[in-house]
Ligand binder design. Structure first.
Ligand SMILES: [Zn+2]
Length: 482
């Protein structure tokens, strides 16, 4: 068993000792050393054991030696700490042996905010994108454990703006988050800026970064240990005007978002046409179209959709600062020149007085997307009784938000008062998430052994359409062996 002895020493160097009872089996090239039939071994046995060798896997395969032990337990584990059965406060722990990784650590900005389970000490964290339901507890993580965080440039710059705003807004609402503005500033020292196609290694675990669509800089993480685990976080598999799409990646375990489980989007061109037609109608009857939009992604997308419409468009709220941050980051944009041109054609609100001009114009894109604060309140105070004007919502309105209340009752909470809104209310699905059919197609192309569905409140519809795979619907805290 010369090969085996050599291999043993080689593999023990710089990695943990092999488990007692492990057998070595040498392949056809060395029949005299054979202690088992290689043909009876499954390919997956190689994958099951390369945890011990990490980056040495290739070497192992070159040596034509297989290690075989039937009762060997898997050492790779996935645990959804938050945002398993709901859209919000997303956090996923991926562990291989002693190496603990964390993808995202979000919070749900409700009143009071909702948090994921507290992670243990983490060796390295990854942030998929800037949205608060993925990033909201990253400052706490770096403050508590000093953990470094891998993220792309747009995620770091725009995430920092959103987190500082979260500190301010949550304090003013009486539900402060468990960190302060100075912690957000300190967090920036823990970021390690990465880019797509980067390859990161820690303790023999390799991590690849891939574009996730969704918003500029949004990333999927492919964590390669004993198994290949792909964590999508939020994905869009269709190009939008702002950002290009996510491509499927082959993996063993797919941890996939399920926001649109059971629901499909209408074709984007149709939605864009209906949206512009509606604005025409509002302008023709003498009204103003108020377009509430999220600051990150949606405000810029809407601005780009309307760039060539000829409408007199104004942009208000944090979406302006976010657009300025995105603009120089060409490799994260579908078209830098289209974004620049849209920004040039849109009037930016620079002073409060500019709002008087916007109220006399045709279209106002403004935060917040669900009418829970921001400049949209000021516009509604002026236009709430104007039946000719319209509020054109551009995204799904979550329960217990002003936006949902407007859709259901025609009223919103304005200055603490339930206020009737006489404007027409419209809804246009400009979602930045893959829909049901797109998620199914994506999962099939990744062709995993297991699909772990998270980040969705109606995951069953996806499970029912993924019958060819082992599908797991964990609740927060469940440990899933890979
Ligand atoms: Zn998101």
């Amino acid at each position: 068993m010369l090969y085996a002895a050599l291999a043993w020493n080689e593999f023990n160097k710089g990695s943990r000792p092999l488990v007692e009872g492990t057998q070595y089996i040498v392949n056809e090239d060395a029949p005299s050393h054979k202690v088992g039939e290689p043909s009876s071994l499954l390919k997956s046995d190689i994958a099951r054991h390369y945890i011990f060798f990490g980056r040495k896997r290739r070497k192992l395969l070159n040596m034509d030696i297989l290690i075989f032990h039937e009762a060997f337990p898997s050492l790779m584990m996935v645990k959804i700490l938050g945002g398993a059965s709901e859209v919000g406060s997303f956090a996923v722990q991926v562990q291989e042996g002693d190496i603990r990784l964390l993808v995202d650590n979000g919070l749900t900005p409700s009143k009071p905010p909702k948090y994921p389970l507290k992670p243990p000490q983490i060796d390295l964290a990854f942030l998929s994108h800037a949205h608060i339901d993925h990033s909201g507890m990253i400052p706490w993580l770096s403050m508590k454990y000093g953990t470094d965080v891998i993220a792309t440039e747009p995620t770091i710059t725009v995430g920092s703006i959103l987190l500082e705003d979260t500190v301010k807004v949550s304090a003013s609402e009486g539900y402060p988050v468990p960190y302060e503005k100075r912690d957000v500033k300190a967090m920036r020292r823990h970021f390690q800026m990465s880019t797509f196609d980067d390859h990161i290694e820690i303790g023999g675990v390799e991590i690849d970064l891939h574009p996730a669509g969704h918003i500029p800089g949004a990333t999927m993480f492919n964590i390669k240990g004993e198994k290949d685990v792909l964590v999508t976080a939020d994905i869009n598999t269709q190009d939008t005007r702002l950002v290009y799409k996510a491509e499927p990646q082959k993996c063993d375990v797919l941890v996939m978002e399920s926001t649109y489980s059971g629901r499909n989007h209408p074709p984007r061109e149709e939605t864009e046409k209906e949206f512009k037609d509606k604005i025409h109608e509002v302008i023709d009857r003498g009204g103003v179209a108020i377009v509430p939009a999220f600051a990150v992604g949606r405000s810029q997308e809407i601005m780009m959709i309307l760039a060539d419409s000829g409408f007199d468009v104004w942009l208000d709220g944090m979406g302006k600062a976010v657009a300025r941050e995105f603009l120089p980051l060409e490799k994260y944009l579908n078209s830098q020149s289209d974004l620049r041109s849209a920004m040039n054609k849109t009037n930016m609100i620079r002073h409060r007085d500019d709002r008087k001009l916007a109220l006399k114009a045709e279209v106002i894109i403004t935060t917040s997307g669900m009418l829970d604060g921001g400049p949209v309140h000021e516009y509604l105070r002026h236009l709430k009784d104007d039946k000719n004007s319209a509020v054109l919502l551009t995204g799904f309105q979550v329960e217990n938000t002003n936006g949902r209340q407007l859709v259901e009752t025609g009223t919103i909470q304005l200055n603490g008062q339930e206020t009737k809104i006489e404007c027409e209310v419209g809804f246009f699905d400009f979602s930045a998430h893959a829909d049901h059919d797109e998620l199914i197609k994506f999962a099939k192309a990744c062709n995993p052994e297991k699909v772990v569905l998270a980040h969705g409140d109606e995951r069953e519809a996806l499970r029912d359409d993924l019958k060819d795979f082992e599908v797991i619907l964990p609740t927060e805290g469940d440990e899933i062996e890979c």
